[in-house]
Design a protein around this ligand. Sequence first.
Ligand code: HXC
Ligand code: NAP
Length: 283
Amino acid sequence: MLAEDSLKNKVVLVTGGGSGLGLSMAQRFATLGADIAICGRNKDKLQDAVKSLSAHGTSVRSYQCDVREYDDVGKMVEQIVKDFGKLDSLVNNAAGNFFCTSEDLTPNGFKTVVDIVLHGTFNCTQHFGKQCIDSGRPGAVISIVTTYINTGSAFVLPSACAKAGVQALTTSLAYEWAPYGIRLNSIAPGPFPTKGAWSRLMPDGDFEEKFKKRHPMGRFGEPEELAELASFLLSDSAAYINGECVTIDGGQQLEGGQFNFIARMMPRKQLKQLFQAMKAKGA
Ligand code: HXC
Ligand code: NAP
């Protein structure tokens, strides 16, 4: 669908672009001609990602930055503009998540996920928006949310609350910043197997099989499918799409809150043990 130069001369920042869906999106943006900035906390991961992204022949740089840190995000955006000459697009992809029965969540557990997902998205979006407004240049933002932004979901309470907030940020600013030529949209993915998500949200192969069987299409998403959608939304072909949330989940959300079914899978005590074992194992 997209012409091979759809993102030529665009500079795109992908938060959490060192792994998983962020890296897949960055790969596709680069093949469509975009110059790429990625950020994350882990330097080694970022360096490996830069190596693979550089194969496409566009400029690629990484920035070690925790999106929770407002001032650091501001410095990163400033540095990107110095390094590349401008910044056209932002993909808010960095996130944190884990399974936990909500009565057992610690305040810091709740805060940690909300800090990364909601505050991190605010930090990046506000700094990005300010540099667009100050420079008089248009911009495009995509935030990666989840299909449970409207329904909520059992066992991922901090993520559900934070992602719903990100969706509200998207629609609020889509209207407020439209006069500046800044578009904001979101993508709500269904299940896409990545190391980051699977290590935290798939206890074992048996659980994964059950999860897949419940899916109306009987399969998970391919990262390339999501990357194609994100590329379209960033491209000038989507110039009149603003404030939209596009779901890409093969119809799975029609069933209701993503992890609600787990509540009936096994007794609560067993569930708690399972989640605690996942926590102990670490990601
Ligand atoms: C309960 C947990 C926990 C767990 C951490 N905590 N893991 N509580 N169950 N499994 C609690 C800790 O006990 C601590 O609270 C607090 O959270 C902070 O933990 P830290 O390990 O110090 O945090 P930090 O090092 O900042 O790591 C953040 C993280 C981690 C979110 C906990 O998982 C992470 O770095 N994630 C990034 C990548 C990620 O999550 N990717 C998946 C996205 S998938 P106390 O009170 O003890 O101090 C996604 C898809 C959804 O969102 C839909 C899929 C289909
Ligand atoms: P992932 O590989 O774990 O991606 C998360 C990325 O965010 C990592 O690269 C991580 O890098 C970065 N990150 C985490 N905390 C950060 C922080 N404080 N500052 C900067 N970067 C941070 O998982 P994924 O599956 O690709 O998830 C990508 C996005 O898709 C997330 O928004 C997730 O909620 C969403 N999503 C995924 C699925 C799915 O099925 N996979 C479904 C729905 C939505 P560092 O650890 O190096 O910081």
